[in-house]
Design a protein around this ligand. Structure first.
Ligand SMILES: NC(=O)c1ccc[n+]([C@@H]2O[C@H](COP(=O)([O-])OP(=O)(O)OC[C@H]3O[C@@H](n4cnc5c(N)ncnc54)[C@H](O)[C@@H]3O)[C@@H](O)[C@H]2O)c1
Length: 346
């Protein structure tokens, strides 16, 4: 079955998802696009390869309502996500929503309520690390018991630089939020409290407080430390190591070639997130299309989107106040798989 997809927001990542759906993955066609920048929507529509160009809609709401659209990708700006995800749920259409699910916890809760009222999952949130082969191997190792019960997770998120519009809060809400999600998923646990430390500032950081260390205390007692460095110059470097009771498991360096010359050896550090997680984005969409073809959703859920926003809010408050902040969350509805029950990607 071909899933006819409508894409809302065709900026940087929206265009990449259109490319993925039209030239990389089988089983889908992009039949509709919209963007608040109408000219951008038109130019993306005419550049889509293959047969008929997607229809360009004036608004996301019209695109969602159109009968030819089976499933929707929301890749517009964060504050617009709630409106579109709610409209998709009301229409009973599967929706892939880029992170964040919504920018406030109240908005996330409205989405949880709508999905619960619908009675089955329709929403997948774009936490693509869960589909990265290296993270999956790490999780399989931890889940398989090879290193005993996990005690600590060291997570490192380094960016060479960030764009001018990047604000101090984005180090948490935009960058560390991926580590927050992966910590919950890897350790199969929710976050109980957050503290943020401010190390000596990188002289390249400008107005940003960079780096940051985000400490997360998990409900089960494990502790997670996340290093966020966004002006580190040398490359995009993602690391993760779980320390268990009897061993450790870490993401391996991703190089396929190691060069040895003049008494030294070297490999390549990816320049950015697109290169590092290329395969993960493809795999997350493969999973989404398979579920959407059944009228449902897989992968990171609306609950995961809500939890990430709740923890990110607590960490932002910890950053502002310099104090430890507890995370309070609603009880998990039955629709969402509880920790410890086959959480691989569900
Ligand atoms: N998962 C990831 O790793 C990842 C990476 C990059 C971006 N993102 C997320 O994807 C989203 C988009 O990011 P981006 O970098 O592509 O931004 P962008 O600014 O390049 O693109 C966003 C597009 O949405 C359009 N838009 C804004 N409001 C709209 C509305 N109400 N209706 C329709 N279109 C609207 C804009 O005109 C723009 O073309 C953000 O939520 C961001 O956090 C996720």
């Amino acid at each position: 079955m071909t899933v006819n997809v409508g894409v809302i927001g065709v900026g940087m990542i929206g265009q990449d998802h259109v490319r993925r759906l039209t030239t990389v993955l089988p089983g889908s066609a992009v039949v509709a696009v919209t963007d608040s920048d109408a000219e951008r929507a038109r130019s993306v529509a005419v550049s889509v390869p293959g047969g008929a160009a997607p229809r360009v809609f004036a608004t996301g709401q019209e695109l969602i309502a159109d009968e030819a659209v089976h499933a929707v990708v929301v890749a517009s700006w964060g504050p617009t996500h709630e409106e579109y995800v709610l409209a998709c749920v009301a229409a009973g259409k599967p929706v892939f929503c880029e992170k964040p699910l919504a920018t406030t916890q109240d908005a996330c809760l409205r989405i949880l309520d709508a999905e619960a009222a619908h009675g089955r999952r329709l929403v997948q949130v774009g936490f693509m690390r869960r589909f990265d082969p290296a993270y999956r191997a790490l999780k399989e190792t931890v889940d398989g018991g090879a290193i005993g019960a996990p005690l600590l997770f060291h997570s490192v998120h380094r960016n060479p630089s960030v764009p001018p519009h990047y604000t101090a809060d984005m180090a948490i809400s935009d960058t560390a939020v991926h580590d927050i999600d992966v910590a919950r998923w890897l350790l199969d646990d929710e976050v109980a409290a957050a503290t943020v430390l401010k190390p000596r500032r990188n002289s390249r950081a400008g107005a940003l407080q960079d780096p940051l260390v985000v400490l997360l205390e998990m409900q089960g007692g494990a502790v997670v430390d996340v290093e966020v460095s966004v002006t580190i110059a040398y490359g995009y470097d993602i690391r993760g190591e779980v320390v268990g009771e009897t061993g450790t498991a870490a993401l391996a360096e991703g190089n396929t070639v190691v060069v040895k010359r003049e008494g030294a050896f070297s490999g390549r550090v990816p320049p950015g997130w697109r290169e590092r997680f290329l395969r993960a984005y493809d795999l997350e969409f493969e999973a989404w299309l398979a579920a959407a073809a059944q009228g449902s959703a897989a992968g990171p859920s609306a609950w995961d989107g809500y939890a990430a926003t709740a923890v990110s809010d607590a960490a932002l408050e910890a950053l502002r106040t310099g104090t430890r902040q507890t995370v309070s969350m609603r009880e998990r509805p039955g629709l969402y798989t509880p920790p410890g029950q086959g959480r691989a990607t569900t």
